[in-house]
Design a protein around this ligand. Structure first.
Ligand code: NAP
Length: 480
């Protein structure tokens, strides 16, 4: 019998009314555990506890808060090997990626532990003689965090850590695909000495508990990362209560390989950007635009490398690309491959379901060539190990294609020209730009987010987080 894991509500571990089976996408016979599903009643209890806790969290002495976050960060970093293995087992990314993610999650807590001591306001002279003005940050109150499965530890941590650092109470609804990582992270946070209700874990279905949480007037701010479709629903629900929202959504990121690019550098970046995490990244390089002058050589070399990628069990050290997250995701990816094969584009390699030693959701990484930007697979986010190449005639055409999309998280350019790189940096319609670097892979102490349909609201990460997790109070005072 598999172990069962409960929700953390009002400082207690609370049974679910039902439990969800969590199986490894690398091997569906591997049952990781049974995870409690929260009910509406649990949600109401959690909201009530969060309201009470928010009255306390705002006044927790700074060093106590700082120590709590630092303790969580230290434990995550020191247990990155063990917890990264659990993450890879349930999500399917190769072990090294899972372990690096848990370490990164710890770094977010570590970073925001220090940020606790930088609660800076401003003092401003008044236009009225004898009046002093101060503008200070105060917590929002109750913050709902709704996170996706593809970075189950890091995404949640870059929201939970600043929310707690700035004195809020947090209710976390993690993705249903990755409850084991969520539970492990919650267990660590539960021991940090925060007041009951300051941090709560509500595992449960997005359509029910996620929707009820996002629609509740008792929530003061919602930070969400996930698909554009769910983001729209959350925005509509939040609008009814005028709740502050921060949405980080999907993207259709492009890499532009210019005629003067270092092709070896660009090749490694495309491989990592398109296929790590099985392409299930909001920063994935799904459109690869290659200048005519270097196109044939680059594409031939890239196809050879993609075809050689070793697909396997996430915990096998030889694995370079793990399974995709679920049977549903695999079916959707294979359906895209059928559409691609029926189009004018050419599949150079991959795109097939794989039967391996273990019964998991495996497919061979696909590289598509001779594609155009108006093809549906170049417009919609696939979230799959599938990348499509487009041939471009000039840098000017290339950047126009980069920007010809509804989303705008990251764009990358490979070029030896500083002038082009600078032009690209200024004219790419994205929140993040990479020059001679992959689209995927960001630092934790600087702002992260996109433009167009990729993001809404204040930026995440680094010092930018203060904008979302606090509200400004302006005080006017006269001495005597
Ligand atoms: P998703 O289906 O939108 O789910 C994300 C989260 O929202 C999950 O916790 C989900 O719960 C919950 N949810 C689902 N329906 C909801 C509703 N009606 N109301 C409230 N919550 C609801 O996305 P996903 O498939 O997990 O993640 C993949 C997407 O995330 C991709 O589009 C990717 O680009 C995006 N992403 C963006 C970033 C970024 O920073 N821009 C980073 C990572 C991922 P359940 O799991 O229970 O359904």
């Amino acid at each position: 019998m598999a172990n069962s894991f409960d929700n953390f509500i009002a400082g207690e571990w609370i049974n679910g009314e039902s439990y969800l089976e969590n199986r490894s996408p690398s091997d569906t016979s591997d049952l990781i555990g049974l995870y409690a599903q929260a009910s509406r009643k649990h949600l109401e209890t959690a909201l009530q506890a969060a309201r009470e806790a928010a009255k306390l969290t705002r006044d927790i002495p700074l060093e106590t808060r700082q120590n709590a976050l630092a303790q969580i960060g230290r434990e995550l970093v020191s247990r990155a090997g063990e917890l990264g293995t659990l993450l890879s087992r349930e999500e399917g990314k190769p072990l090294a990626e899972g372990q690096a993610e848990v370490k990164r999650a710890g770094q977010f807590f570590d970073y925001y532990a220090a940020e606790v001591l930088r609660q800076e306001g401003i003092a401003i002279d008044s236009v009225r003689p004898g009046v002093e003005i101060e503008a200070r940050h105060e917590p929002m109150g109750v913050v709902a965090v709704i996170s996706p499965w593809n970075f189950p530890a890091a995404t949640a941590s870059w929201k939970i850590a600043p929310a707690l650092a700035f004195g809020n109470a947090v209710i976390w609804k993690p993705a249903s695909q990755t409850p084991a990582t969520a539970h492990a992270l919650a267990e660590i946070i539960s021991r940090a000495g925060l007041p009951a209700g300051a941090f709560q874990l509500l595992m449960g279905s997005g359509g029910e508990i996620g929707d009820a949480l996002a629609s509740h007037a008792g929530v003061n701010a919602i930070s969400f990362t996930g698909s554009v479709a769910t983001g729209r629903r959350i925005a509509a629900a939040a609008a009814q209560n005028l709740t502050r929202i921060q949405l980080e959504l999907g993207s259709k990121n492009a890499v532009l390989v210019a005629d003067d690019a270092d092709l070896s550098l660009a090749l490694e970046a495309c491989l990592a950007g398109a296929y790590s995490g099985s392409g299930q990244k909001c920063t994935a390089s799904s459109r690869i635009l290659v200048d005519r002058a270097v196109h044939d050589e680059f594409v031939a070399r890239l196809a050879e490398r993609v075809a050689a990628l070793r697909v396997g069990h996430a915990l096998d050290k030889e694995t370079q690309v793990g399974p995709v997250v679920s049977a549903g995701q695999l079916a959707a990816n294979l359906a895209w491959m059928e559409k691609i094969r029926a189009s004018d584009a050419k599949v150079l390699c991959g795109g097939d379901a794989l039967k391996l030693k273990h019964d998991g959701h495996y497919m061979s990484p696909a590289l598509v060539a001779e594609s155009r930007n108006d093809m549906d697979f170049n417009r919609e986010e696939l979230f799959a190990p599938i990348a499509a190449v487009q041939k471009t005639d000039s840098y000017e055409e290339g950047i126009a294609v980069v920007n010809d999309t509804d989303t705008g998280l990251v764009a990358a350019i490979f070029t030896a020209s500083l002038a082009r790189a600078r032009h690209f940096q200024r004219h790419a319609e994205t929140g993040c730009v990479s020059v001679n670097l992959p689209t995927a892979g960001t630092d934790y102490h600087v702002p992260f987010g996109g433009r167009k349909n990729s993001s809404l609201g204040a930026r995440e990460q680094g010092r930018a987080a203060v904008q979302f997790y606090t509200q400004t109070k302006t005080t006017y005072s006269r001495a005597g």
